[in-house]
Design a protein around this ligand. Structure first.
Ligand code: FE
Length: 208
């Protein structure tokens, strides 16, 4: 399902070769009008598209690695993610970011039940399954079962909280630091932290 907040995301069923549908015609009309009125420059649209192509989960992973290794930074990031991100030269962008800590007591998992809101600037572009009707409709209802399908078995004593990202507020998860990483430095931790773990559908295992 295309993200309605992102006019350039046409979803997985978009076939550029076919005749334009209603949404494409609307997008084209709006884009041409904005350019004609001088609201945006064609260059700005191109740059924005290029930027989107280069989103990766690395900024999120850098945040998590610093949070694992610096308790003061972690406290700040949980309270004010934007301020924490700024310390790492990570730009959060337009949407607010909330970071939620996963612990043995509480496991968070992120969804957008309405559409596909996702903090792409920090987490990379949303995976296809995140946008699927199946994930969006099921994870809030039967999170344990959906997580198990990702291979993530959450113990019965661990509470699961499903958090709903919206157009205004978007979430990412600080996964638990895996065993076996005690001796690793911050920059060695970054590549271990996956996009899925920051959505909360997987837990991180010991490094290989
Ligand atoms: Fe959404």
């Amino acid at each position: 399902m295309p993200d309605p907040h992102n006019p350039y995301d046409h979803g997985p069923d978009f076939h550029p070769a076919g005749p334009p549908d209603e949404h494409e015609l609307l997008e084209r009309a709006l884009r041409e009008l904005l350019i004609e009125k001088g609201v945006v420059a064609p260059d700005a649209i191109r740059r924005s598209l290029d930027l989107r192509d280069h989103f990766t989960p690395e900024p999120g992973a850098r945040l998590v690695a610093r949070m694992w290794t610096d308790p003061t930074f972690k406290a700040l990031a949980l309270r004010d993610a934007r301020a924490a991100a700024k310390q790492l030269d990570v730009t959060v962008g337009l949407f607010d970011l909330n970071i939620l800590e996963n612990t043995p007591q509480r496991h968070h998992v992120v969804v957008c039940t309405l559409c596909s809101c996702f903090h792409s600037v920090v987490l990379g572009n949303a995976p296809a399954w995140y946008k699927s009707v199946e994930y969006r409709s099921r994870v809030a209802v039967e999170p344990r079962k959906v997580l198990a399908e990702f291979g993530t078995v959450i113990p019965a004593e661990t509470e699961i909280r499903v958090v709903d990202s919206t157009a205004e507020i978007r979430f990412m998860v600080m996964p638990e630091r895996p065993a076996g990483t005690e001796g690793l430095r911050e920059e060695e931790l970054v590549p271990l932290i996956t996009q899925e773990s920051m959505i909360g559908v997987t837990r991180l295992g010991p490094p290989r």
